[in-house]
Design a protein around this ligand. Structure first.
Ligand code: 5AD
Ligand code: SF4
Length: 479
């Protein structure tokens, strides 16, 4: 079959053009999958399990797109013919979960030796992880990283022909491969990568080491992708980047994030625009202006604080102070009064004192976040913070964490109460998992609303009166 395909494609094209090259491998794999499925008398199944952030979720849609294109049929079960784990390593817990799954998979694979197991994502960019997999998880078939997900078909084909574990990890890349197949999880909303990587090197964070240097996609590629999504029925996009505010710096014709957002806002047919994540150090007045003047950019802004202590913010390498953060949050709230601010906070960073922690609480109380993701500091090997003395005892961290959570939750409850009685547009996302007479959707602020509705409303924006606030969600009535 190799020869046939080679004849169908021009050799030079295969070398010159990554897409053509990958299409070639997808064809080869498709023939293999079809042959196997004929032998077995049933379709071959695949599943992709995603850990971590929105970036990983979007990568998984791309990986699944390739798997479906080569003939696998998607299933929820981990007892599938192709099982892919797209891993996260931002905190240690995420790693432990993957090892837990692998332990379970070892038994499943004993019963189904034809099964292929692939690992990819951030965790695979760490050398010691790959060493551990090579040594203790020899039943894994394919290991690749964050920079070469577009190569999945090629890696599968290498695994089939080589007959042993294939490992392909790139340290970094300047390559952005466009136009591969994508299998979206939702028909009506989609993530859209606008940039990859991170150059900020916050001292606790492993992301810059595993996701590589910052690189932006060309605005025209982003706009074309979104227009295509809109033609395909998408009404909401989430623009994705580790720090969207530094979008466009390395492009031949530099473009700011505010300018990009304006271009996206001008796309006909798009109803809602979200983006994440915004680093407070370089959120521009132009961005606030674009948000303020748009009806489609959602009234939600994720602005990670991490800590309210100037001393810790400096050691964290965050490049802002408690005062400048508060000033920024105040300005945003003044310009866009119905904005829902959300944040990330780390508790127990090395050397955190009670006074440092109280500064964090103070910012939370002043900003009054709609919701906040609170994390216990996790030591990540290879980051500067991992080498710092004064790691905080577990019980102290736990006590502070609980105190912070209580403040965050109380404020979030009070903030949600403020909107009770209002009628607001809701994008319906799903049938409620607990009650099939209810549907679940989201406000522009991203808060969840449950109300009486039917499956035909999914993907539509409808007006809902918010009757009751239940902490972090609402019960409402369709009007
Ligand atoms: N420990 C705890 N939380 C972390 N985050 C990143 N690195 C760590 C770490 N080592 C959190 C930050 C970031 C979010 C995505 O994860 O709050 O904003
Ligand atoms: Fe990590 Fe900081 Fe980059 Fe966010 S901005 S991914 S916290 S290094």
């Amino acid at each position: 079959m190799d020869k046939n395909l080679n004849n169908r494609m021009n050799e030079k094209d295969i070398k010159d053009d990554e897409i053509k090259r990958q299409n070639y491998y997808m064809e080869l794999c498709k023939e293999w999958v079809s042959k196997k499925s004929e032998e077995l008398g049933r379709p071959l199944t695949c599943t992709a399990k995603t850990f971590g952030c929105q970036m990983n979720a979007r990568d998984s849609e791309k990986l699944l797109g390739i798997l479906l294109k080569i003939g696998y049929v998607e299933t929820d079960s981990e007892n599938a013919d192709f099982v892919l784990y797209n891993t996260c390593t931002v905190r240690e817990n995420a790693n432990l979960k993957v090892y837990g799954h692998l332990g379970y998979m070892q038994n499943l694979k004993k019963k189904n030796p034809g099964m292929m197991i692939a690992l990819c994502g951030c965790m695979m960019q760490e050398e010691d992880v790959v060493e551990k997999i090579k040594k203790s998880y020899r039943f894994v078939d394919i290991v690749f990283g964050t920079h070469n997900i577009f190569k999945l078909a090629e890696l599968i084909y290498s695994r089939i022909t080589a007959g042993h574990m294939i490992i392909d990890i790139w340290k970094d890349t300047d390559k952005i491969v466009e136009n591969l197949p994508i299998e979206r999880k939702y028909s009506f909303k989609s993530g859209v990568n606008i940039m990859f990587g991170c150059d900020n090197f916050c001292s606790y964070c492993i992301v810059p080491y595993v996701r590589g240097r910052e690189r932006s996609r060309k605005p025209e590629d982003i706009i074309d992708e979104i227009k295509g999504l809109v033609d395909d029925g998408v009404v909401e996009v989430m623009l994705l980047g580790q720090n969207v505010n530094s979008y466009g710096k390395g492009l031949d014709k530099p473009v700011t994030f505010a300018e990009l957002l304006k271009m996206v806002d001008d796309i006909e047919g798009l109803e809602r625009i979200r983006f994440m994540t915004s680093h407070p150090k370089d959120l521009s007045d132009d961005l606030i202006e674009v948000m303020k003047n748009s009806k489609r950019i959602c009234t939600q802004l994720h602005l990670p604080l991490q800590s309210g202590s100037n001393r810790l913010l400096k050691i964290m390498n965050r490049h802002y102070t408690k005062e400048s953060y508060l000033e920024l949050a105040g300005k945003i709230k003044k310009e866009i009064p119905d904005i829902a601010l959300t944040t990330d906070i780390i508790v127990g960073f090395p050397g955190e004192t009670e006074e440092d922690f109280e500064d964090t609480l103070d910012v939370v109380k002043q900003v009054r976040y709609d919701s906040a993701y609170t994390f216990i500091y996790s030591k990540r090997t290879g980051t500067p913070a991992a080498k710092m003395d004064c790691q905080i005892p577990k019980e102290v961290v736990k006590e502070r964490f609980d105190r912070l959570l209580k403040v965050v939750q109380d404020i979030s409850t009070e903030e949600t109460l403020k909107r009770v009685g209002q009628t607001l547009p809701v994008l319906v996302e799903d049938i409620n998992t607990h009650d099939e007479n209810l549907v679940t959707g989201r406000l522009s602020s991203n808060t969840v609303v449950h109300f009486n509705g039917t499956a035909d409303m999914i993907g539509k924006i409808v007006n809902v009166r918010l009757d009751e606030a239940k902490g972090f969600y609402y019960l409402g009535t369709l009007v």
